[in-house]
Write a protein that binds this ligand. Structure first.
Ligand code: B12
Ligand code: SF4
Length: 421
């Protein structure tokens, strides 16, 4: 059974430096497939699709809403040739009714332990239109080591600097923040993976730099202590979503190699100021993720927020425009208030205004998005600030003997599953 697994391309944020992280959903999904499946993977952000490829089935893995229009085009071309197309991934779950119109089958939920049956159905010619496992997560022990060898590794570098490898130590999120779809996707329950399996997976990754993509590292204090303690000997350097704001945990995180965190900054409060100060005191960098256009923000508030970010000296800032993604609490609210202006998914890139803001016009909010990027990055652009974060990590690696010069040959050996030496 030959499967062509495709990750459709998606646009980067306007003003953001273009670099590409290795996809995560597809490599984790690949680990759920029976060994009888002969898999070829294409990341369309960096590779082109061979529409004449010899395959029995095309699997489309979609993460973002904005990936869907392109995914539908790809599906149509293969289906026109009589090749079955199956969709899965986050935005497939968020837009299941619409995706169904473009697929032979859609898979909803987490795939661990479930793909052998789907492949059997496919081979027997009885593929079902919907495999629905939403709200029915598999046993967390079934999550296997992601199959990173399907990636064309040398492609994931930025001007010769090795990009990070993505890994996850837990699923689900017990919080329910207003712009987020995670509650709908993973249930509102924190589901940690067994720490020994996570450590074994991290250790096997031939890259010193990781992105721990867990939704939040602020959900279970004891588990965090155990995880970070177990990570210390690995000497990896890593990036993550927010870490529990607690001195003992942050100290351990730093010892375990915390490099920088994506920290949501909603306001100019003392809480945020102290959190940023604490992270810095522990030697952890901060990439602020800042949503513009919330109901409490006027044009002046956005200007004040940008001044605040400069004052607290964030290392990097990533501004986005509030986007009412399906199945997020904010979409429900804006729908009720009749404030959704566009449901064209191509506009759901988080850098375009698709709703009526409360305290300014849509045009003004769009202008303030550019103002925020340009003002924050006026002294040293985004690429320069990112470059500084990478310089910092290289110095740390040189100090503890883990630095490895980026070498495409080593990266290629990764693909073949050979040792890195
Ligand atoms: C990691 C991550 C990222 C990474 C992605 C890196 C990468 N290259 O993969 C980065 C940091 C780049 C990222 C960026 C953004 N992200 Co993001 N991200 C996530 C996050 C936290 C985890 C995704 C993940 O890896 N999950 C774990 C994997 C294993 O799960 P999975 O993909 O679902 O795969 C499983 C199944 O679905 C299935 N499966 C997967 N593929 C397939 C295919 C088939 C055929 C089948 C059968 C099954 C199947 O198998 C897997 C194993 O069970 C999610 C939140 C979440 N909880 O999902 C948000 C999330 C996807 N991101 C989101 C957003 C909003 C963004 C940003 C716009 C955020 C921003 N900056 O404001 C940007 C994109 C901006 C841009 N245009 O550049 C939203 C999506 C909104 C939307 N509807 O589009 C989410 C849901 C979070 C939220 N706020 O609600 N993100
Ligand atoms: S924004 Fe982060 S912490 Fe909040 S619900 Fe979503 S994943 Fe959880």
């Amino acid at each position: 059974m030959k499967m062509l697994l495709i990750y459709p391309r998606w646009p980067k944020l306007d003003r953001q430096t273009e670099f590409h992280l290795p996809p995560h959903g597809p490599v984790v999904f690949a680990a759920t497939l029976p060994t009888t499946v002969d898999l070829t993977f294409v990341d369309e952000n960096l590779q082109s699709i061979d529409f004449d490829a010899d395959c029995d089935v095309v699997a489309l893995s979609t993460m973002l809403t904005a990936q869907l229009p392109r995914a539908f085009e790809i599906a149509a071309r293969f289906r026109a040739k009589g090749i079955k197309v199956i969709f899965g991934g986050i935005s497939t779950m968020l837009h299941s009714e619409e995706v169904r119109q473009h697929a032979d089958a859609i898979f909803l939920g987490e795939a661990e332990g479930r793909m052998a049956a789907v492949i059997d159905d496919l081979q027997a010619g009885r593929l079902k239109p919907v495999y629905d496992y939403m709200n029915n997560p598999p046993d967390i022990n079934l999550i296997g080591t992601a199959r990173r060898e399907i990636l064309d590794r040398p492609l994931y570098n930025y001007r010769g600097v090795q990009m990070l490898d993505l890994v996850h130590a837990s699923r689900g999120c017990k919080f329910d923040c207003f712009p987020c779809c995670t509650g709908f996707l993973g249930g509102k329950k924190f589901r940690p993976r067994p720490i020994d399996k996570v450590i074994a997976e991290m250790e096997a990754i031939q890259n010193n730099r990781l992105f721990i993509v867990d939704n939040s590292l602020a959900q279970d204090r004891q588990w965090l202590k155990d995880l970070f303690t177990a990570m210390i000997p690995l000497k990896k350097k890593w990036v993550s979503h927010p870490i529990l704001d607690d001195d003992e945990i942050l100290k351990l995180a730093a010892e375990a190699g915390a490099w920088y965190v994506y920290q949501a900054v909603f306001d100019t409060s003392e809480v945020i100021r102290k959190r940023i100060k604490r992270l810095k005191e522990h030697g952890i960098g901060i990439e602020g993720t800042i949503i513009l256009g919330t109901d409490d923000q006027s044009e002046d508030d956005i200007k004040r927020l940008v001044d605040f970010l400069l004052e607290v000296q964030l290392d990097v800032a990533e501004f986005t425009i509030l986007t009412p993604f399906p199945h997020s609490p904010i979409r429900r609210q804006l729908e009720q208030e009749g404030r959704i202006l566009s449901s064209n998914w191509l506009d759901y890139t988080a850098d375009k205004v698709v709703f009526q803001p409360k305290k300014m016009t849509p045009e003004k909010l769009q202008e303030m998005y550019h103002y925020a990027w340009d003002t924050f990055h006026a002294e040293g652009g985004h690429a320069l600030r990112m470059g500084k974060l990478f310089k910092d990590v290289m110095l740390r690696e040189m100090n503890d003997g883990t630095y490895r010069r980026y070498d495409p040959k080593v990266a290629r050996s990764f693909k073949k599953g050979l040792p890195a030496a």
